[in-house]
Write a protein that binds this ligand. Structure first.
Ligand SMILES: Nc1ncnc2c1ncn2[C@@H]1O[C@H](COP(=O)(O)OP(=O)(O)OP(=O)(O)O)[C@@H](O)[C@H]1O
Ligand SMILES: [Mg+2]
Length: 259
């Protein structure tokens, strides 16, 4: 089943056409890779599907609903979450607080309006809600094997764990679809292996994953399907095997494999 789809999505910045009439398809339940040279338009495509940027033309459909141009928080509440190419943690907050922020983003705090009793009721409700948010955040940390680190400051975690913490925060919004922008960037091989296992576990929770990545070992190992962008255009789409042997992909990005 198609979960997300773009139709001739285009984003131009002045004369630079960063994304050029791209038809991108995400099948529910699969891990989809998005690859291509630097500047190919991968992050721009992500931004235009998640409400961080508005397409110049073309459309985005999620669950068959037209979500083109909707603001990021609306798209998030519909069930799409993401991480960023550069780490965006609250480094002076604890690990668990970082995850709780994701959850708050999803639930949104209702304003306390009106009378005193209402205010007290809201306060009690808020406390209960806060506890639930805390519990839920701890569950996610458990899932990542990070429960023992929950009270550490985010900045004190090893690099690979900081990147996984961002994923935990995105998952705290309860997405159906998760976009990861270069999750393995800067990781050592052990951290990358751990990340691969984590992404598979996320897929097993019935969360559809789309990832941008330059680490070809990771991409070829865990993706069910791969789309290749080059100069803003879709160059190819297929299984890892098909992509690995596609002459135009080899020419534009992968290079010739050494014998
Ligand atoms: N806000 C912007 N204003 C102007 N040009 C932009 C903007 N954002 C992206 N671009 C340009 O659009 C093109 C695509 O950039 P994008 O960041 O999407 O590439 P990418 O495939 O994610 O590359 P990388 O692998 O290096 O992250 C580049 O030429 C970039 O300079
Ligand atoms: Mg990018």
């Amino acid at each position: 089943m198609i979960l997300l789809e773009t139709e001739a999505l285009t984003r131009a910045y002045g004369g630079v056409v960063a994304v050029n009439k791209v038809d991108f398809v995400v099948e529910s339940g699969l891990i989809t890779g998005l690859i291509g040279p630097n500047g190919a338009g991968k992050t721009t495509l992500f931004n235009n599907m998640t409400g961080l940027d508005v397409p110049s033309s073309g459309k985005v459909f999620f669950n068959k609903k037209n979500i083109t141009g909707l603001p990021a928080h609306t798209i998030c509440r519909m069930g799409i979450a993401r991480t960023f190419q550069n780490i965006r943690l609250f480094k002076e907050l604890t690990v668990v607080e970082n995850v709780m922020i994701g959850r708050h983003f999803k639930t949104g705090k209702s304003e306390t309006k009106g009378r005193f009793l209402n205010a007290i009721n809201s306060y009690v409700h808020m406390k209960q809600e806060e506890e639930q948010i805390y519990e839920k955040a701890c569950d996610w940390l458990d899932f990542f094997g990070m429960a023992s680190m929950k009270n550490e400051l985010a900045k004190n975690l090893p690099y690979g764990r900081q990147r996984e913490l961002e994923i935990a925060r995105a998952l705290a919004t309860d997405p159906k679809l998760l976009f990861l922008d270069e999750p393995a960037a800067g990781m050592n091989p052990q951290e990358t292996d751990h990340l691969m296992a984590t992404i598979r576990k996320i897929r097993d929770l019935d969360i559809t994953v789309v990832l941008i990545e330059h680490d070809m070992k990771l991409v070829m190992n865990i993706c069910d399907t791969i789309t290749v962008l080059n100069y803003g255009q879709k160059l190819a789409q297929g299984t890892p095997r098909e992509i690995k042997h596609n002459p135009s992909v080899i020419e534009a990005y992968l290079g010739k494999e050494e014998e």
